[in-house]
Each structure stands twice: as structure tokens, then as C-alpha cells.
Design a protein around this ligand. Structure first.
Ligand code: PLP
Length: 371
């Protein structure tokens, strides 16, 4: 961290002990190995520090979305198996092999591409077969998995480490879709038995599956957001005692009195009905703090919640503290606890009309992270 950003009053505080505690809580609940999902900068928490801590806790595997995220983990010295979950882009296969990354194979064509690259590199590729059971994203449809599994099992250059699918509706414990997807997935896995081939790791459960559907845990689970202590959706139930690992804080940089009727911020969308005290906070949508919180969100100052007034700007926003007091350099909590008060990512997301994932992942590199 540069001196300038170390002095920035706005920062993300990541509690790695909580993260470790969440991993333990998930393990105790599922009783199968865990692939920690650390894509998108570990959901905004910081890829390398998060992965290092989880690896020190003995996490079994990592999952990322893209090649470059896997390469970054290897460069940081992470040694656990890493699966790249995204659809592969053919020209990149040699890089997967060079960095010892496990590859998602999502069609017979992609299998052939991986085989060709593995043969020319002279080393076998570790692959996980992706089955589409209802997401219509990537993967071979469950009802045509037979020839796909056969081709993979017969492949000289691919070692099949896993077979997996992704749940579309598991964040809602009442959705009937998950049972349908599970049945389709198990049918696809049965091709290994039919062929007399050893069953690779079967994995299906994201956070929703981990929280709500024990029958989806199978041989390995892939929690993302719940690992960071956040629930995936308003319908989700907190069946595991996880706690949020991330706080977002800033400090007051300006105090003024705004006269009745004088509008605040771009577009002049809000004005106080009576004279009021307004403070300015130096963070905005340029940091990933959602503009959708304009005149809707709240922040904590001195252990109390106050409304954001007017539009959130790129680099700052204003808060109406009424007739209360606040001083320059007072702490402002945007996510997390202050005294007895708390602002949770889930609530912030609902206010903004976003999902919790977007809030976390949106917090960008301009905000220094402290561990
Ligand atoms: C992102 C992702 C996950 C983790 O999802 P969460 O809802 O954050 O738990 C699991 N599996 C795959 C394939 C993913 O892309």
C-alpha cells in the first residue's frame, strides 16, 4: 500500500479471523471437503490475503472464475488445487497447464482442445467436467452427458478430477428447482458407474446449496458468499453461524449547515425542509459505493444511523445529521458495526435494489484494504 493510500481515511477492514471461523463453521456443517470460491478479488475482500489465510486453515481447494485469477494465486505461492470455473478460451489452455490449474471442460470440443494442448505440452491436464442441469450457461446438457463422459474417461491426456454442475435457485430454500437439478446431475454422474470408471469428485453446492440443501453436498462444496459471512438472498436462512468479514469505513471531511430549501448535490434532488447540519464523506461510486444509495442509504456516525442526502457523487456524498454533532475526522461506518449499531451488506443491497454480491464485488482497488 502506498503512503498516500495508507493515509486515505476510507478503507476496507477485513477480519481474517472471522473468515477462518466461517470456514470452520461451514466445515462443521457440511462434513465434506471445501472448495473456497475466491473469484472477483475474493468477493472484494482481497484475493491473495484471503487465499493465504484459508490455505493456512487447511482449506481443500480454491475456485476462481478466470485463468488470471488462478495465475495470481500461484504467483503468490498458493499450492492447493485451483479450479478455474469459467468456460475456457482455447488459446489459454497452455497457460493452465504451465500454472498447474485445473480446467473446466464444458463440451466435447473443449475436451479435444485441452487434449491437443496437453499432448503438445507433454503433460496431462487435470479437468472437471461441467454438466448443465438447468442454468443454461456453460456445460453439456445432462441428457447428453453419456458421450461426453465416455470421451473424457477414454482421454489419454485428460485426467478427470471432478464432475460438477451449478445450482440456479438454491438461495431460496423453497425452490423446487434444486431437487430437479440434483436428480439430473446424479443421472449424469451415473455414466461413470455404467462405464466402470472411478467416480471423480462430484460437486454441486454453492452457498445456497450449502445453507439449505444437504443432499447437494456430495463429495465437495463450493461456497462463495457465505464464506465471507453474507447470505446470498433475502429468502436465505442463516443455518450456519457465519459472521461478516468485511467492514467499510471512512471519516468526516467536512461539516456545514445547509439552509432550508437549499438543494444538496448533483441534480438538486434533495433539500432540507429546515436548516440542518450536513457532513461530507470522502467515498463515492468511483470506489464502488453504489450511486443507487442516493437519498436512500444510511451510514453510522457516533453509533447512530443518519441518512445519505442527495446524489452520491463519484468521490463523496453528504449525510444529514440533523441537530446532532459530528466533527471532522469522526469515523463513518458504511458497512459493519459501530457501537450497538450495524449496517449489513444484505440490508444495503436491498436498499440499493442490488444483490449483496454486487456490493462486495463492486468495492474496487481505489479503496485500501487492511487486514
Ligand atoms: C461463483 C460460483 C460459486 C459460488 O457461488 P456463491 O453463491 O457465492 O456461493 C460456486 N460455483 C460456481 C460454478 C460459481 O461460479
Amino acid at each position: 500500500m502506498s503512503v498516500a493510500s495508507a493515509q486515505r481515511p476510507t478503507r476496507i477492514l477485513v477480519d481474517l479471523d472471522r473468515l477462518a471461523g466461517n470456514l470452520e463453521a461451514i466445515r462443521a456443517h457440511v462434513r465434506v471437503p471445501v472448495m473456497a470460491i475466491v473469484k472477483a478479488n475474493a468477493y472484494g475482500h482481497g484475493l491473495v490475503p484471503v487465499a493465504r489465510r484459508l490455505e493456512a486453515c487447511g482449506v481443500d481447494r480454491f475456485g476462481v472464475a478466470f485463468l488470471e485469477e488462478g495465475v495470481a494465486l500461484r504467483r503468490a505461492g498458493v499450492r492447493a488445487p485451483i479450479l478455474v470455473l469459467g468456460g475456457i478460451y482455447g488459446p489459454q489452455v497452455a497457460q493452465f497447464l504451465a500454472h498447474d490449474l485445473e480446467i473446466t471442460v464444458s463440451s466435447v470440443d473443449k475436451l479435444r482442445q485441452v487434449e491437443a494442448a496437453a499432448e503438445s505440452a507433454g503433460r496431462r491436464a487435470a479437468v472437471h467436467l461441467k454438466i448443465d442441469t438447468g442454468m443454461e450457461r456453460i456445460g453439456v446438457h445432462h441428457d447428453s452427458a453419456g458421450p461426453f463422459v465416455e470421451a473424457a474417461v477414454a482421454s489419454r491426456w485428460c485426467e478427470v478430477k471432478g464432475i460438477y454442475s451449478h445450482l440456479a435457485c438454491a438461495d431460496d430454500p423453497a425452490s423446487p428447482m434444486t431437487a430437479v437439478q440434483l436428480a439430473r446431475f446424479l443421472d449424469a454422474c451415473a455414466h461413470f458407474d455404467r462405464l466402470g470408471a472411478p467416480m471423480p469428485l462430484r460437486h454441486l453446492a454453492n452457498s445456497g446449496g450449502v445453507l439449505h440443501f444437504p443432499e447437494t453436498h456430495l463429495d465437495l462444496v463450493r461456497p462463495g458468499i457465505v464464506l465471507y459471512g453474507v447470505l446470498p438472498a433475502p429468502a436465505s436462512r442463516p443455518t450456519i453461524p457465519v459472521r461478516p468479514a468485511l467492514s467499510l469505513v471512512s471519516r468526516v471531511v467536512y461539516f456545514k449547515v445547509v439552509r432550508a430549501g437549499r438543494p444538496v448535490s448533483y441534480g438538486a434532488t434533495w433539500a432540507p425542509p429546515a436548516d440542518t447540519r450536513v457532513v461530507t464523506v470522502p467515498i463515492g461510486y468511483g470506489d464502488g459505493f453504489p450511486r443507487a444509495l442516493s437519498s436512500r442509504g444510511r451510514v453510522l456516525i457516533g453509533g447512530r444511523a443518519y441518512p445519505i442526502v442527495g446524489r452520491v457523487c463519484m468521490d463523496q456524498f453528504m449525510v444529514d445529521i440533523g441537530s446532532d454533532s459530528a466533527w471532522n475526522e469522526d469515523e463513518v461506518v458504511l458497512i459493519g458495526r459501530q457501537g450497538e449499531a450495524e449496517i449489513r451488506v444484505e440490508a444495503l443491497a436491498e436498499t440499493a435494489g442490488l444483490i449483496p454480491y454486487e456490493i462486495l464485488v463492486g468495492l474496487n482497488e481505489r479503496v485500501p484494504r487492511e487486514y
